[in-house]
Design a protein around this ligand. Structure first.
Ligand SMILES: [Zn+2]
Length: 514
């Protein structure tokens, strides 16, 4: 009876093969077996509507012994310690003493036996005493304790940026770095099981692909690329999520001629020379809040977002009149702008200094005075602090000294400038003190998100307490706003002069950073 069934199955297989002959289906793509021993292809056959592996192929890869008992019609597959018994015509196997089901019976063709691909995880894995993970979408068989995270990527265009989201299962340590014309996400893994999108974003993202070594995902950048930021978010059930925003150059920043096709990012100057040496060519002023985000609100209805924009506009005009150079506002209207986007505007424009304007609020109506902040690294981990201490080699660089990979994590950007930011904050505080009331805590460090990604000296100024009725009136008034503006211009002049008296660095001639 067993033999008869086997013949019937064989006949079906032959008929199926004959029927397919006029237009033979393309051979299914092989699987790849990933184990500690390496990566080996495993051919797959489409038989009787099933994907099947040849037992001979499995025997070579997994060191198995096959024995066919023709009289009994049985078939055994032996590992060093266990045996899997198969019976022709039966969609099951006995593996390591346990019955497991298979989606179809084994099939004999010529002298070879074929088994459904599920045989591998269901029967062979238990018999080998290891986990064999069959991943159909990526056509992988992952053996044992290999770390092969499943990565699903998608690209979403979002106006001036394109967002690449990588869902990683399980969550896997990684580093995002910038190389020549591409961003690289390197995973601490043995291999990647990646499902990557094929739809590029014109001029911004050309492709998302697995690079070399194959634990790296490359995001090939287009000619409109200005900057990027990367952030991690916890996913569900052990998954991780990496969100990478690829930000286009702003219109304001667009050079007259298109950038070369393969720009090599200039090496950043060493930390101590990170401050502008050739003057302040580009200053980015960030009017806090905007659009839906009103910020703090005074009792008389004064909105922080209006105060910050008013001061930002005045400051731009004053700087252009007194310092010259280029002044860029992160917003020049009542629109919502993301925190990282604000720093990105400064980075895209290679700004020499970044000033973020805000108005404070307190539950104590008596709270009064301006405060100047620069970034506190305490929330940004040991790596940022090492970067700040000038241990440049702590920056994640990989590829063993390749010249085209200069790596700065978004989170690390401000760390390189923290000393210069502290100096600038002191100058701002001193200049403000000459003209407006100061808070008892006039200079502080805080982990403000808007400062984190700024790759230049950066401060945040709380100009006064809008929650204080007296200060609310001041903040909305022209004389007070002008006093703030004068103080900021003074501090910028002092910052510029203080640094230009230092020996100019031959490594950064004027214009070199543009
Ligand atoms: Zn604010």
């Amino acid at each position: 009876m067993l033999v008869t069934t086997a013949v019937a199955v064989l006949t079906t297989a032959v008929l199926a093969a004959l029927a397919a002959q006029p237009a033979p289906p393309a051979a299914p793509a092989p699987y790849t077996v990933l184990t500690r021993e390496g990566r080996r292809p495993l051919a797959v056959r489409q038989m009787s509507g099933q994907e099947m592996f040849a037992l001979d192929d499995l025997a070579k890869i997994f060191d198995l012994t096959l024995r066919e008992d023709v009289l009994a019609g049985g078939l055994t597959v032996s590992t060093k310690t266990q045996t899997v018994a198969l019976t022709p015509g039966q969609a099951m196997a006995s593996a390591a003493g346990r019955l497991v089901s298979l989606p179809a019976p084994p099939v004999k063709e010529g002298r070879s036996w074929f088994v459904p691909i599920d045989f591998v995880p269901r029967a062979l894995g238990p018999a080998l005493g290891t986990r064999l993970d069959l991943r159909r979408p990526s056509r992988l068989i992952v053996g044992g304790d290999l770390r092969v995270p499943r990565i699903t990527a998608r690209i979403e265009p979002q106006g001036a940026l394109a967002r690449v989201t990588l869902d990683v299962l399980p969550a896997t340590p990684h580093a995002v770095t910038q190389g020549a014309n591409r961003l690289l996400v390197r995973f601490e893994a043995d291999a990647l099981d990646a499902a990557l999108p094929t739809s590029p974003v014109p001029d911004l993202i050309q492709a998302v692909r697995v690079a070399e070594p194959p634990v790296v995902i490359a995001i090939d950048l287009g000619t409109r690329f200005g900057s990027y930021r990367a952030a991690d978010a916890p996913g569900e059930r052990g998954a991780g999520r990496i969100v990478i925003d690829v930000v286009a150059q702003t219109t304001e920043a667009a050079p007259a001629t298109p950038p070369p096709a393969t720009p090599v990012p200039p090496l950043e100057p060493p930390l101590l020379e990170a401050s502008p040496t050739g003057g302040l060519r580009t200053i980015v002023i960030d009017a806090g809040h905007g659009g839906d985000e009103h910020g703090a609100r005074g009792a008389q209805g004064t909105l922080e977002k209006d105060v910050t924009l008013g001061v930002a506009r005045r400051l731009k005009a004053a700087i252009e009149a007194r310092l010259g150079g280029r002044v860029i506002l992160t917003r020049d209207g009542d629109q919502t702008v993301g925190l990282d986007e604000r720093a990105a505007v400064a980075n895209n424009n290679k700004a020499d200094v970044f000033v973020s304007l805000h108005a404070n609020a307190s539950v104590r109506a008596s709270a009064v005075g301006a405060e100047v902040f620069y970034l506190s690294l305490s929330d940004y981990g040991a790596q940022a602090q090492r970067v700040a201490q000038g241990e440049g080699e702590a920056l994640p660089v990989f590829g063993g000294g390749t010249r085209d990979i200069e790596a700065i994590l978004w989170e690390m950007a401000q760390a390189r400038h923290i000393e210069a930011s502290a100096t600038f904050a002191q100058l701002v505080e001193a200049a403000l003190r000459e003209r407006v009331p100061m808070s008892p805590r006039a200079i502080q460090q805080a982990p403000f998100r808007v400062l984190v990604g700024a790759n230049m000296p950066a401060v945040l100024v709380e100009m006064g307490f809008i929650s204080n009725p007296e200060q609310e009136k001041q903040l909305a008034s022209e004389p007070f706003q002008s006093a703030i503006v004068q103080a900021l211009v003074d501090s910028l002049v002092r910052f510029r002069d203080g640094h230009s008296t230092a020996a100019p660095s031959p490594a950064t001639p004027p214009g070199a950073r543009r």
